[in-house]
Design a protein around this ligand. Structure first.
Ligand code: PEP
Ligand code: MN
Length: 287
């Protein structure tokens, strides 16, 4: 790690504090991040196919997550998502089943072999996520929560770092740097849409940001078409656009009964829709 740490520019005496060092390209063009108990799911590999992560917005019950995990595995997903701790806009909305949901996720991993990706919203939930999960998700709302980034950096668990809704690409990569400088190099960036004047979709999936992040950083970059779309009908086109634009993978919300979902009902694909999208992406040779 030492040789990858930049130094102050002694000649010019310039402040290099904003330089992207560990997450940059100075010593490595592309970095692979491996996840799962067998470390066999690889992000950012030049030879492998894009990594598909799928699962519900929130883990609602053991049966629900087991059923979805099995279906998305058969359809071609290689990792399972599902929120146990949900950052919600309103405090009156469902906040997640917490540690119990982590136990259900672990059962789903045992049943299917799919590594688990789940969000930590604060340092307390981070400790639990580290105990049960394979990847710590840090969400858009926490993408500049430096205490949380630092705490995630002190673990060796891979981190999926969403881009903040009003964060420049440079700020996003520097947020990854906050994790890496603590010693955890296993960071995956995730573009999930930003706030713009457009109101036709929940957010604006910034395809250029995928290329821009890859141009300044060695880290793998994936996309989340679900939170950008906010509506099932926009998820497939955004998923395909992100892969065509160079994303190293996707994270997609899938539910066995989206109408009854406890959160993000409008944007979750049902099991058939996810399977059809995977078929379509295979036909287009995107995965
Ligand atoms: C999520 O993936 O469950 C989520 C809350 O995403 P974001 O942080 O991108 O809104
Ligand atoms: Mn969601």
């Amino acid at each position: 790690m030492e040789e990858r740490c930049g130094k102050m520019d002694e000649k010019s005496g310039k402040d290099t504090g904003k330089k992207i060092r560990l997450a940059g390209k100075d010593s490595i063009e592309r970095m692979e991040v491996r996840i799962g108990p067998k470390k066999d799911v690889v992000f950012g590999s030049d030879s492998g196919s894009p990594v598909m992560i799928a699962g519900p917005c929130a883990v609602e019950s053991e049966e629900q997550v087991l059923r979805i995990a099995e279906a998305v595995r058969i359809a071609g997903a290689v990792a399972l998502r599902g929120g146990a701790f949900k950052p919600r806009t309103s405090p009156y909305e469902f906040q997640g089943h917490g540690e119990e949901a982590l136990r259900w996720l672990a059962k789903a991993r045992d049943a299917t072999g799919l590594p688990i990706v789940t969000e930590a919203v604060d340092e307390e939930s981070l400790r639990l996520v580290v105990e049960y999960a394979d990847v710590i998700q840090i969400g858009a709302r926490n993408s500049q929560n430096f205490a949380l980034l630092k705490a995630a950096g002190k673990t060796q668990k891979p981190v999926l770092l969403k881009r903040g809704m009003a964060q420049s690409v440079n700020e996003w990569v520097l947020a990854a740097e906050h994790i890496m400088v603590q010693g955890n190099m296993n960071v995956i960036l995730c573009e999930r849409g930003i706030k713009t004047f457009g109101d036709h979709a929940r957010a604006t999936l910034d395809i250029a940001a995928i290329a821009a992040a890859k141009s300044i950083s060695c880290l793998p970059v994936i996309a989340d078409p679900s939170h950008a779309a906010g509506d099932v009908k926009f998820v497939p086109p955004l998923a395909k656009a992100a892969l065509a634009g160079g994303a190293d993978g996707l994270i997609i919300e899938v539910h066995n009964n989206p109408e009854k979902a406890l959160c993000d009902a409008k944007q979750q694909l049902d099991l058939n829709q996810f399977s059809e999208l995977m078929d379509e992406m295979r036909r287009l040779k995107l995965v």
